[in-house]
Design a protein around this ligand. Structure first.
Ligand code: SF4
Ligand code: SF4
Ligand code: SF4
Length: 223
């Protein structure tokens, strides 16, 4: 503390106080800008367009080398058996929560937010298979990969398609435009333009995890 006071007097004595403060403030502004410039990736699943073809699941498994019988994403048939003419499908996958319990509980930081993209993803080699993240995830979408023995989640193909400048595999594969990927922080993104004009919901917002997936729900005419 004394040293700090001495340092302040020294700076004052040299008349550099305002310059020093100015630089510090500039640093803060730059940091703030950097923070704002970070992307916030998200995805829309349009239930009104999905036909349940499973092409997205197949593409995800292939691109991300997910073992047979395991899934980063699956499309659940939620059709009411009493109303089979109105087919209804639901995408089940990691919600890329902005406040993600899985990253909070991981003891090794294997499950983490990427510092550049802010995507929740994995350092596979650091995973000890404790399953804390699986238990903490309120959406029940994490699993231990049978081959890598590490926990896994949909990370928008961060290490595969995104790294190659492509859209996530599921989005590329969907022929029905039921999936849209984009950056919430880019006002001009196609995703934001859709969300400006269409009503959408988040799954279980009461969990308080701020999910980044938006669902455009199928609402039956006359209901
Ligand atoms: S959905 Fe689960 S795995 Fe995905 S970010 Fe949220 S808590 Fe983590
Ligand atoms: S299973 Fe792996 S990723 Fe999940 S909490 Fe344990 S070490 Fe972290
Ligand atoms: S590829 Fe598209 S239409 Fe087919 S199941 Fe997936 S989201 Fe639905």
């Amino acid at each position: 503390m004394k040293n700090e006071n001495r340092r302040r007097s020294f700076i004052k004595g040299l008349g550099l106080g305002s310059l020093f403060l100015g630089t510090a403030q500039y640093g803060l502004v730059a940091q703030e800008k950097e923070k704002k410039a970070k992307p916030h990736y998200g995805m829309i699943f349009d239930q009104t367009k999905c036909v349940g073809c499973s092409d997205c699941e197949i593409a995800c498994q292939k691109v991300n080398k997910v073992p047979k019988g395991q899934h980063r994403l699956y499309v659940e048939d939620q059709t009411d058996l009493k109303d089979i003419l109105n087919r209804k499908f639901m995408r089940i996958s990691c919600q890329q929560c902005s406040d993600s319990p899985c990253t909070h509980v991981c003891p090794t930081n294997a499950c983490h937010r990427d510092s550049i993209t802010d995507i929740v993803t994995m350092h596979v080699d650091d995973c000890i298979g404790c399953k804390y993240c699986i238990v903490a995830c309120p959406y029940d979408v994490r699993f231990i990969n049978d081959e890598t023995k590490a926990a896994e989640n949909c990370d928008f193909c961060k290490h595969t398609n995104l790294a190659q400048g492509k859209e996530p595999a599921c989005v590329e594969a969907c022929k029905y435009d039921a999936l849209v990927f984009g950056d919430f922080n880019d006002k001009n993104s196609y995703m934001n333009k859709i969300l400006d004009v269409k009503d959408s919901v988040r799954l279980k917002p009461n969990f308080g995890t701020k999910p980044s997936l938006r669902y455009i729900p199928l609402i039956k005419a006359g209901v």
